[in-house]
Write a protein that binds this ligand. Structure first.
Ligand code: EPZ
Length: 459
């Protein structure tokens, strides 16, 4: 099924019905990281040879990125969580508007396309529900590597201006630890002439995953995961086989699902230090967590309020701010939320208030959350990927049934989200416009009601 068709099918989905006061039990398997798989797919454009990537989540964002690679001239083979890509000949046509506008992350393709072709034209990715999301840091850094970059009527035209049309290594210092801009420059500099040093680089695990895959293709990248990354350009990169790291944001979302329903869960696989900031907040608010083999066991007790201030990795991730606010809405006490990464990422506040949450939005980045004993079911909207997940979690806690709209956001970033929740006891039904889907059946729903070790705590 082509990506764009897949998206339109998903947008037909009307809403998700969520049964409240649900106790969960069992274990949840984490998929490959969306925010790593997307950039790894873009990086395949850096070589003519075959790149095989495993553990790629089946998501509409991946569908769109795959269409973008095809539009760039790549041959793609996909089967479930495996994607093989080979780009013998890059197209010189501009990337299609509808694909670039459907996926903010598409902009990182500019680095590989410029490095291999010496010239690229593509639309600006545009903003989204969480902010303007400019690309000035990407553009400034590419210029430092010797590209002439113009933006006219929403089209970015980048061209390498030296005579042999090859980017030249440079010293680059970001004034903000931008994940996307760091990824763009790592990819562009991998094939540049000479050395590039990036100061104040983003340190997210997805950056390390990108560097690890590129190094397995022959790149020479050191320091990924720290704020200083050094790249020695090479003349070409070869193919490789690589597997995507587990999705730390998905894992964190399910840990918060355990906490908000006061249920014990085992989440695996995880890489523990990818979740340090969340784990310490979960411990602080009343959950015990144990790293077991390749996963994590969480056992919640009474949930107390804690303060959250988002920051670049290794700080508390902005992508878990909305899910954690759903949890704090049910905690004992008052918590202060500061969103320091995006300027418009508090849209879930009003939706949580429709369910009875007691939240004051002080300004566009600061919320005061006073925990309440009860939330009530309601019809609410997830306006971006993570706020949609937050509303599902709030619905699991609330009394009565909730109807969550905006599921196409959910389908962008969480593989089989409902199936995974149903498998540990959630009562979910997805409704399509004009026809009702069959309720998703949980194979452990019966056992769950008999074997639950925890009385649902009314916080
Ligand atoms: C990545 O977005 C992730 N997306 C986001 O996840 C994540 O929230 C974000 O990093 C921060 O961790 C992918 O990896 C596909 P940034 P990105 O560049 O790269 C500003 C999710 O839910 N900025 O680190 O776009 C920007 O506006 C998504 O999975 C500039 O001002 O994030 C933002 O305020 C949401 N100029 C801040 O920096 C630029 O040139 C962080 O952006 C670039 C960014």
């Amino acid at each position: 099924m082509s990506g764009v068709f897949a998206i339109s099918e998903k947008i037909l989905t009307k809403h998700l019905e969520v049964g409240g006061q649900t106790l969960l039990a069992g274990e949840v398997k984490v998929s490959g990281a969306k925010n790593s798989a997307l950039v790894l797919l873009a990086a395949t454009l850096l070589t003519k040879e075959l790149v095989k990537i495993e553990n790629v989540p089946e998501l509409t964002d991946i569908d769109v990125m795959s269409e973008l690679l095809s539009a760039s001239g790549a041959k793609i083979f996909r089967e479930k969580n495996h994607i093989s890509v080979q780009t013998n000949q890059l197209s010189t046509k501009p990337l299609p508007d509808k694909l670039v506008h459907a996926l903010r992350a598409s902009f990182v393709c500019i680095g590989p396309l410029l490095a291999r072709n010496g010239e690229v034209k593509m639309p600006l990715p545009g903003g989204c529900q969480i902010g303007k999301r400019p690309v000035d840091l990407h553009v400034k850094a590419l210029s430092a590597l010797g590209a002439h970059v113009e933006v006219n009527n929403g089209i970015v035209h980048a061209k390498v201006i030296n005579k042999n049309r090859q980017l030249i290594g440079a010293n680059i210092k970001f004034n903000f630890q931008s994940v996307g801009a760091t990824e763009t420059i790592i990819m562009a500099a991998s094939l540049a002439k000479g050395e590039t040093i990036i100061k104040n680089a983003a340190q997210e695990p997805e950056i390390q995953d990108l560097a690890n895959m590129l190094n397995s293709m022959g790149a020479k990248i050191h320091g990924a995961g720290t704020s200083t990354i050094t790249i020695h350009g090479v003349s070409k990169l070869h193919g490789c086989e690589y597997s995507v790291i587990p999705d730390r944001i998905e894992a964190g979302t399910f840990l918060i699902a355990a906490a908000i329903t006061r249920s014990p869960l085992f989440i695996y696989p995880i890489i523990p230090n990818h979740l340090d900031a969340l784990i310490s907040k979960l411990n602080e608010c009343g959950c015990s967590t144990t790293i077991l083999n390749n996963g994590i066991k969480i056992i919640p007790s009474k949930i107390k309020s804690v303060n959250i201030s988002t920051s670049p990795f290794p700080g508390f991730p902005t992508d878990l701010q909305a899910p954690f606010m759903a949890l704090m809405s049910t905690a004992e006490g008052t918590s202060i939320f500061k969103e320091n990464i995006f300027e418009d990422r508090m849209k879930h506040v009003n939706e949580l208030k429709k369910m009875g949450a007691n939240i004051d939005l002080i300004d566009e980045k600061t919320a005061i959350v006073k925990g309440v004993n009860k939330l009530h079911g309601g019809t609410v909207l997830g306006s971006d990927l993570r706020s949609a997940a937050a509303m599902v979690l709030a619905g699991l806690f609330a009394e009565g049934t909730s109807h969550i709209e905006g599921l196409h956001h959910l389908d962008r970033g969480y593989e089989k989200f409902e199936d995974k929740l149903v498998s540990v006891g959630a009562r979910l039904t997805r409704y399509f416009s004009g026809r009702n889907a069959q309720p998703l059946k949980s194979q452990c729903q019966e056992t769950n009601s008999q074997s639950s070790p925890f009385e649902p705590e009314v916080a």
